[in-house]
Design a protein around this ligand. Structure first.
Ligand SMILES: Nc1ncnc2c1ncn2[C@@H]1O[C@H](COP(=O)(O)OP(=O)(O)OP(=O)(O)O)[C@@H](O)[C@H]1O
Ligand SMILES: [Mg+2]
Length: 296
């Protein structure tokens, strides 16, 4: 299994360029697509699931051009859109049965078994007879995930699946995906939450303003940000200045001023100390880095 994204561009009809020359190779396992709001994550995913055409470039799924083989791609796909909504008048299990039918599962018996198993594994079995529209926000999210997984897809694309989940739900969801990723499947997960990526994904890309700012493992992201994160002890006067000059990622109030953590290539003229970056620092560093590049 592999997905190769080559020279992908997307310009919306209103002229907005959402993706610029995106090149990515994605293999089995969990792939994290990280990026701030408006980075182009959903646009890329919509193109991946063949719901939208790119302006140029192509996607190869196991060597086959996705645009010319939509049936082939869709047949192995499970997709949870960011704005997932469903028929609220259906009961939870009815909705899932409906999704299974849409995914092409014809046998009623097989469907019913798959629905029960799925309800169990996302923890919705006890509320299976509740109207889908009456589920809590987190439960609705889980139902969204369930409908994406019901047909045993080989490619799972989930757009911001943890939005609105509480920490417990989030962990539960991560574990569910981690279990799945032990199979021969590709899972692509988009998020703007750094922690979602660090704990589950071996491979990731950081998208910013439609461009791939980084691709590799979360560890490599950290490594590459090394030497670019500093803490500076500043007086009140200096604080304003530092805020203008650098991207501040944390501020702690001290007895005689502030201790700020900043990302930047070089910090001169201040009482600065280089520190080990964490993933959030690294994320900010790379986002800033591409910003500077595109502003040139
Ligand atoms: N149909 C559209 N027409 C015009 N511009 C669009 C359209 N859809 C998205 N955009 C723009 O393209 C850019 C990328 O949007 P996209 O939804 O792909 O980002 P995202 O990374 O998923 O953001 P978020 O984290 O907020 O979900 C944004 O600037 C957005 O406003
Ligand atoms: Mg999005």
């Amino acid at each position: 299994m592999n997905i190769s994204i080559q020279g992908l561009n997307k310009i919306y009809p209103n002229g907005h360029q959402a993706l610029t020359d995106v090149n990515l190779d994605i293999h089995e396992g969990m792939f994290g697509l990280l990026g701030p709001n408006g980075a182009g994550k959903s646009s890329l995913m919509r193109i991946l699931v063949t719901l939208m055409k790119p302006s140029s470039g192509e996607i190869l799924v196991n060597g086959k051009n996705a645009a010319h083989n939509r049936g082939y791609v869709r047949g192995m796909l499970g997709y949870l859109p960011q704005d997932f909504s469903f028929f609220s008048n259906l009961k939870t299990y009815e909705f899932l049965d409906y999704a299974a039918r849409l995914a092409g599962m014809r046998s009623k018996r097989r469907r019913s078994q798959a629905v029960d198993e799925m309800l169990e594994s996302v923890g919705l079995f006890d509320v299976r007879s509740r109207k889908a529209g009456k589920l809590s926000g987190g439960m609705k999210r889980r139902l969204g995930i369930a409908q994406a997984l019901i047909n045993d897809p080989q490619i799972i694309i989930v757009d911001e699946p943890t939005t609105g989940l509480d920490p417990e739900e989030r962990i539960r969801f991560r574990n569910l995906l981690a279990r799945l990723s032990s199979k021969d499947v590709i899972i692509i997960l988009s998020t703007h939450i750094v922690a979602d990526i660090s704990s589950t994904c071996e491979h990731m890309a950081l998208l910013n303003r439609g461009e791939v700012a980084f691709t590799g493992s979360p560890e490599e992201l950290l490594r590459q940000a090394q030497g670019h994160v500093w803490t500076i002890n500043v007086t009140e006067k200096e604080y304003v200045e530092v805020n203008q000059k650098f991207q501040v990622v944390a501020t702690v109030m001290m007895k005689d001023g502030w201790k700020v953590t900043v990302v930047g290539d070089e910090v001169k003229g201040y009482d600065a100390q280089m520190i080990q970056p964490n993933l959030e620092h690294a994320y900010v560093y790379f986002v800033e880095h591409t910003l500077k590049k595109t502003n040139l």
